[in-house]
Design a protein around this ligand. Structure first.
Ligand SMILES: [Zn+2]
Length: 74
């Protein structure tokens, strides 16, 4: 069986040379991108859920109230 020299880091997803795996340090930016990629389904559902809520009576009221607060501060 063919075994690749490189493997994905389980924490940040970076392609890491197996012989240098112990020297690998995860980049915080890379790790955040990797985690956000793993959560892409949930973030898409969250956006749709917020939009659905904003179409309800309570959501429309909160939108109106927030705009009123913003206008008051200006
Ligand atoms: Zn890593």
């Amino acid at each position: 069986m063919f075994r690749s020299r490189f493997m994905p880091c389980p924490v940040c997803g970076a392609s890491v040379d197996r012989t240098a795996l112990r020297e690998h340090e995860c980049s915080p930016e890379r790790r955040a991108d990797y985690e956000m990629f793993g959560l892409r389904g949930e973030t898409a559902q969250l956006e749709a859920g917020v939009l659905r809520y904003l179409m309800t009576a309570a959501g429309r009221f909160e939108t109106w109230l927030a705009a009123k607060h913003v206008r008051r501060r200006a």
